[in-house]
Design a protein around this ligand. Structure first.
Ligand SMILES: [Fe+2]
Length: 350
């Protein structure tokens, strides 16, 4: 059975002239590749070169930057980006986005001020503007900053997590927060997760799988258990208030005909035999049945995916902490049209 079509879009920039867009359509079993050419980007430049460390500056200017980008981007890609949040596609990859001159990867602090990464940060926000996706941050996570720098941090050597280098198994980000369609007063879980690669590591393989591709291997009874309040979730390590447990919550929700998930290999616990069986079944499906998309990030890759409609993981990778380490900028987002009544309480920068 042919399930979801993923749109994976790759843009390649040759020096300052030509952009080539490659679109890959992927079903459960196979990958198709289409190539588009953008030839108007040679005249593209930001109209001002102001530097800022303020997240508010980026939020306030993202629409203006996306308007500039809109003038030069391939019309077909533009339409795909505009339609993404309301489409059935769950991920988009754009290659060879600009990164500019980079400082060393911040492996000691794990963070850096925006002014040192102005060009990619502006491009990242401009893409969100085109997609009508609102960047968000959470109080108590990443010091409330919008961009998180996903780098191997010396102090997190041989640990799991966005600052670690050990295998980070399949999960949804911030799974303790309220899913789309969940009847809960907890703040809403992010809908979109974007990663913008400043430096790659050929050993670090990111995998992405559609929730629908997992669910197709589950029985109606198993789905019913997953939809029931029989799971406990630990808050992820990136939050700064320890790891409180959220008890008796569903693993899946269903809203407007779509399933959403908070699956997290590392942080979810069963509350009884039935829910234990479901978790073990999902782990078996992920290991034996689905064919995840595998991505080895390269400099200039921009990946965005629907957090609650997919699961992602990243392999173990080696680190030398020499300033040339893997470096991704992470940005969370929500739809312009909130699907959760607490949405506005969550947004720090709007
Ligand atoms: Fe993640």
């Amino acid at each position: 059975m042919c399930n979801f079509l993923h749109g994976l879009f790759l843009i390649s920039q040759y020096k300052e002239c030509v952009l080539i867009l490659i679109v890959m359509f992927q079903t459960t079993k196979e990958l198709k590749l289409e190539i588009y050419t953008l030839d108007a980007l040679q005249n593209f430049s930001w109209q001002e070169n102001h530097k800022s460390n303020s997240d508010v500056y980026f939020i306030e200017n993202m629409q203006c930057w996306s308007d500039e980008l809109k003038q030069v981007i391939d019309k077909e890609l533009l339409q795909k980006l505009i339609n993404f949040s309301n489409s059935n596609e769950t991920s988009i990859l754009i290659k060879n986005c600009p990164v500019g001159n980079l400082p060393d990867t911040p492996v000691t602090s794990g963070c850096i001020e925006n002014e040192h990464v102005m060009l990619p940060a502006k491009f990242l926000f401009a893409l969100f503007g085109l997609m009508k996706i609102m960047p968000i941050s959470y109080i108590g996570e990443n010091s409330g900053r919008v961009i998180r720098h996903v780098v191997p941090k010396i102090s997190h050597n041989n640990q799991i997590g966005s600052h670690g280098n050990l295998e980070f198994n399949f999960h949804v980000d911030n799974p303790d927060l309220s899913l789309i369609g969940e009847n809960s007063r907890r703040p809403p879980c992010l809908e979109f997760l974007a990663l913008y690669c400043l430096r790659g590591n050929t050993k670090a393989v990111t995998e992405l799988v559609d929730l629908e591709n997992v669910i197709q291997f589950m029985s109606d009874y198993e789905i019913k258990i997953a939809l029931s309040n029989q799971f406990n979730i630990k808050r992820p390590d990136s939050f700064e208030d320890g790891n409180p447990i959220v008890k008796d919550v569903p693993l899946f929700t269903k809203f407007a005909g779509k399933y959403f998930s908070r699956f997290d290999f590392h942080n979810i616990e069963p509350t009884n035999k039935e829910s234990k069986t479901i978790l073990s079944k999902i782990n078996k499906i992920l290991t034996n049945h689905v064919k995840p998309v595998k991505i080895v990030f390269e400099t200039g890759d921009f990946l965005i995916f629907k957090n609650q409609e997919t699961m992602h993981k990243r392999s173990l990778f080696d680190t030398n902490y020499n300033g040339n380490e893997r470096w991704l900028m992470r940005l969370f987002g929500m739809s312009d049209t909130p699907k959760n009544y607490l949405h506005n309480q969550l947004i720090l920068r709007s």
